[in-house]
Design a protein around this ligand. Structure first.
Ligand code: NOJ
Length: 539
């Protein structure tokens, strides 16, 4: 029953990339006040339940906020702590939870901790980061690679050692084997809990603990599963020693105790960015006694071809491998990956949304997907993302462009007088924007609104069991969501031609929604699914 489940199990999450949501200062970059202003949109128009906000902390912005120089302050570009408090107040009044990003694996190289650590080998904070001597020939301590290209080691001439950076050299990895680092980061966690946040999205959660002996990674002859996007060189190794160490689990058990301490009124939660595609290893982050991360984020659908069998296989193996009581979640877009429409196509975007919002588990939406934003081609001179600048074609700018609110100048994202935006808008923003789509019952936004409202009013979709319907017609994926009160059929045709489905599960079904936007009161014994049509039927 829903009321026995923690809020984060039944909630729909919505990710906001703050630079691109709404600019209230006219500098072409979104800010916290912009988020506060749109709480009504999120509550009343969309009807989502929780917002995850990507980093807004003090930062030199080498990786747009994932390089933090003060974990307990807000970058002036985004606003102030007072403005953050206002978001908490407004969101909570609207019944919306706030999840903030926690970036524990690395800080900025401009963080005072690192400046001290770097200042001399004797500095008490030297061991807060991962420093190592060169090999006798002067080369780096091992063969570890940076996700963003090149070696993961940076030479520091004045102190004669290398430091580790799993991402940019401006993002040195903290040494989680030092108890002081754990202590200080857990203080950061407490700081935000005291300010009222409902949970954390933990950046690269499985990277914290590294092999203490810093052993070389073996080569990966087959090429690996993608990390964010296919990062070529990085995938040439099996990442046995630079991430995914079993000692991470103790960190998350300790982390969980802190969340529990603050969960007297309402549970506080964590979701962890864990790009591990071996299911048993990935599920281990729930914890043996479900005492670690509440939701290790499930990226499996992002890497799968848009074919019924493949998607069904992913869902079924997740359902089979989940430890008892562990709660699933799904994601189809975020600030690191191509947008849904760009990845699968226009016709596919609605069935994708229907899938995401009807599977068993917590869905995490990405801003702009609800109006059908697609990736934007960014001219070379406008490229921002260091990943794209270092590895052409791998950049994430295309899927981080400003939200399109209206047909006004700058798509209503920024004031008309604003000189330029940090990233260009999509050319089609005059048609594809919130204001336009609100008036159109067949728009993507209207479709999302209906989907969200159907999910909210049918508990079977929030918390019912999941069951695949065997022998679906080829290219179609059918499943049931069911609790004691109701039984709901979701039928998705994921191909370009029609398919007849038999509705032997109940005769007088009520049509709840079609991706085509038609409404029908009741349905016959069989139904002809049109190309890329998805339907939700109450049986
Ligand atoms: C994962 C984040 O999602 C990505 O945007 C960032 O660049 C890396 N972690 C480094 O923090």
């Amino acid at each position: 029953m829903t009321n026995e489940l923690s809020w984060w199990k039944t909630a729909v999450f919505y990710q906001i990339y703050p630079r691109s949501f709404l600019d209230t200062t006219g500098n072409g970059i979104g800010d916290l006040e912009g988020i506060r202003k749109k709480i009504t949109y999120l509550e009343q128009i969309l009807g989502i339940d929780a917002i995850w906000i990507s980093p807004f902390y003090s930062s030199p912005m080498k990786d747009f906020g994932y390089d933090i120089s003060d974990y307990t302050d807000i970058d002036p570009l985004f606003g102030s702590l007072e403005e953050f408090d206002q978001i908490i107040i407004a969101a909570h009044q609207a019944g919306i939870k706030i999840i903030v990003d926690l970036v524990p694996n690395h800080s900025s190289d401009q963080h005072k901790w690192f400046l001290e650590s770097r200042s001399s080998r004797e500095n008490p904070k030297r061991d807060w980061y991962i420093w190592s001597d060169p090999k006798p020939d002067g080369s780096p301590p091992n063969n570890w690679l940076s996700v963003f290209g090149g070696l993961a080691w940076e030479w520091d001439e004045p102190t004669g050692q290398y430091y580790l950076h799993s991402f940019l050299k401006e993002q040195p990895d903290l040494n989680w084997r030092n108890p002081k680092v754990q202590e200080i980061m857990f203080d950061v966690v407490r700081f935000w809990l005291e300010r009222g946040v409902d949970g954390f999205r933990i950046d690269v959660a499985h990277y914290l603990m590294k092999d203490p002996e810093l052993r070389d990674n073996p080569l990966n002859p087959d090429g690996g599963k993608f990390i964010h996007k296919s990062l070529g060189e990085y995938d040439t190794q099996k990442h046995l020693y630079d991430k995914g160490h079993p000692d991470n689990h103790q960190v998350y058990r300790d982390f969980r105790l802190i969340l529990d301490e603050y969960s007297t009124d309402q549970p506080r939660m964590s979701m962890g960015e864990i790009h591990i595609f071996d299911l048993p290893e990935w599920t281990s982050y729930y914890g043996k006694d479900l005492d670690e991360i509440n939701l290790p984020i499930n990226f499996s659908l992002l890497g799968v071809d848009w074919e019924a069998d493949k998607i069904r296989d992913q869902v079924e193996s997740l359902e089979k491998n989940l430890p008892d009581g562990a709660w699933p979640n799904y994601v189809l877009g975020n600030h690191d990956d191509q947008r849904i429409i760009t990845r699968y196509g226009e016709d596919q975007a609605r069935t994708a949304a229907m899938l995401l919002l009807t599977l068993r588990g917590t869905p995490i939406l990405y801003y702009g997907d609800e109006i059908g934003m697609s990736d934007v081609e960014i001219p070379l001179e406008k490229l921002q993302d260091p990943a794209g600048l270092r590895q052409p074609g791998q950049g994430r700018d295309p899927n981080r462009t400003p939200m399109q609110w209206s047909a006004a100048p700058w798509a209503g994202f920024s004031a008309p007088e604003t000189k330029d935006l940090w990233l260009p808008l999509m050319d089609n923003y005059r048609e594809i924007n919130v204001e336009n789509q609100l008036d159109d019952p067949l728009s993507m936004l209207s479709f999302y609104r209906e989907l969200l409202s159907i999910r909210k009013t049918h508990q079977a979709l929030q918390s019912g069991d999941y069951q695949t319907i065997p022998d679906s017609p080829p290219g179609c994926y059918l499943y049931l969501r069911e609790n004691r009160q109701e039984r709901i059929l979701v039928a998705l045709n994921l191909k370009d031609d029609e398919s007849m489905i038999k509705l032997s599960y109940g005769r007088n079904g009520k049509f709840l929604l079609s991706t085509y936007g038609d409404q029908k009161d009741s349905i016959p014994e069989s139904y002809n699914l049109r190309p890329h049509e998805g339907v939700i039927i109450l049986l």
